[in-house]
Design a protein around this ligand. Structure first.
Ligand SMILES: [Zn+2]
Length: 427
């Protein structure tokens, strides 16, 4: 755009404050007589400064969320506000804090929200300022080579933009637009808007940005960060059936799938196998682990001695020299009897886990992740402590609760970025 003004007489401009002129090109003064510059203090020459940004920005915010069909097959950790369609999605602004001296699972436990810890949790997410909306917290996502992820969008439009487009490295990702984003004024939740496929390994953090254009001005209105996936850790896990008192433990339902998904979230490639035979234990000395009696008089595991149960199973297993090849594997012993679901040998630095047949599908992954260093999400010893039953995190006890809307049993399958770093030190 150009403008030429011709005035026959004199032009005088007077301002009470500063008078600034910016140009991306040249500023040329031509005079038939003299050019005069005067100042009451000094005349300063220096580096050119940028003109202030124009205020015409798109008034729209788009936040990406996992789709209801998400089973944890990729990592997605976002600053939860409860706006997704996931069955367990409680705003972090009410569930991050600490428990008192009584452990979370006790009915007398007292949870107190802690704003400083909540703010610390928000620092886990990159953020930027979005005019009219405030801080935008960018989700952290993990996606292994060849894997795909389908995401929803939570949208708020104050003014319709002229257009919107995704911006990302096309050599690394293939982004399919499954549904056009709503752009009418108001709040919308769009199901399955994009499918992201990872085409190759990347060693630097990647962004998928959503850019809106209004009056030819571009504004970033949405973003997802993908953590470098060149840090894949390979890990061997062996599910071992244990025969005791004539019955043998076995793999349950979806547990291997839940485990391999949870591993993927932390860029772990799990080599998960089942031992083709079984290990048999028994005799009076082994029965000593089961000296406690339940209400019906059945002998059950004496939990005070559970640590030695792990080493007793290990020594029975390694009695067979051929099993030496499994000495660096995580060993998951499956027993048929026992009134607890399972127990890891220790939190971190442990290789042995015992699970019992009464367990649920997420017990084995849960116990294994204890052995790999994760505390319960509701444990005061973790980096962050969340209120019991309020997350779908694999280290919560949410599977004990039912969804108030659907009446279905809730599931646990997710992990957060700070947990990924414990499970996979390369991250
Ligand atoms: Zn546990």
């Amino acid at each position: 755009m150009s403008r030429i003004r011709i005035v026959g007489g004199t032009i005088t401009k007077t301002t009470g404050g500063d008078y600034n002129i910016y140009s991306d090109g040249n500023i040329v003064y031509n005079s038939g007589t003299a050019v005069a510059e005067t100042s009451d203090t000094s005349i300063v020459y220096g580096e050119p400064k940028d003109a202030p940004e124009k205020k015409i920005v798109s008034k729209i915010k788009v936040e990406f969320r996992p789709n209801l069909g998400w089973e944890g097959e990729f990592g997605f950790d976002w600053a939860r506000t409860g706006d997704s369609q996931m069955p367990v999605d409680v705003p972090y602004s009410s569930i991050i804090g600490k428990y008192g001296s009584v452990y979370a699972t006790d009915s007398k436990a007292v949870f107190t929200f802690d704003n400083a810890l909540y703010q610390k949790k928000l620092l886990e997410y990159e953020s930027f300022l979005l005019v009219d909306f405030g801080k935008y917290y960018v989700p952290n996502m993990t996606l292994m080579i060849g894997e795909t992820a389908i995401l929803d969008a939570s949208i708020e439009v104050l003014e319709k933009p002229d257009s919107m487009r995704y911006k990302y490295d096309e050599s690394i990702f293939e982004v399919l637009i499954l549904e056009k984003l709503s752009n009418k004024e108001g709040k919308h939740y769009n199901d399955k808007v994009i499918q992201i496929k990872c085409l190759k390994e990347f060693s630097a953090k990647q962004k998928i940005e959503l850019i809106a254009t209004k009056d030819k001005i571009n504004t970033r209105i949405g973003q997802i960060n993908l953590l470098p996936n060149n840090v894949v850790k390979e890990l061997d896990v062996l599910f071992i059936p244990v025969k005791h008192n004539g019955t043998t433990g076995a793999v349950k339902g979806n547990e291997m799938k839940i485990l391999s998904n949870a591993f993927k979230q932390a860029y772990i490639k799990g080599n998960i196998q089942q031992y083709t035979s079984y290990v048999e234990v028994g005799g009076w000395w082994f029965d000593l682990f089961f000296t406690t009696k339940d209400k019906k008089g059945n002998k059950i595991l004496d939990r005070s001695d559970v640590r030695s149960l792990h080493s007793a199973l290990d020594s029975a297993f390694f009695d067979d020299d051929a099993n030496e090849i499994y000495k660096d594997h995580y060993r998951l012993y499956m027993m048929s009897n026992g009134t607890i679901n399972g127990e890891a040998e220790a939190i971190g630095n442990a290789k042995t886990v015992v699970v019992f047949q009464g367990r649920n599908d997420s017990t084995a992954p849960h116990e294994l992740m204890h052995a790999m260093g994760l505390y319960h999400t509701f444990d005061n010893d973790g980096k962050f402590t969340y209120k019991l039953h309020k997350t779908d995190n694999i280290m919560d006890y949410t599977h004990q609760t039912k969804n108030s809307k659907t009446g279905k049993q809730n599931e646990r399958f997710s992990t957060n970025k700070w947990q990924w770093k414990i499970l996979n030190k390369k991250m």
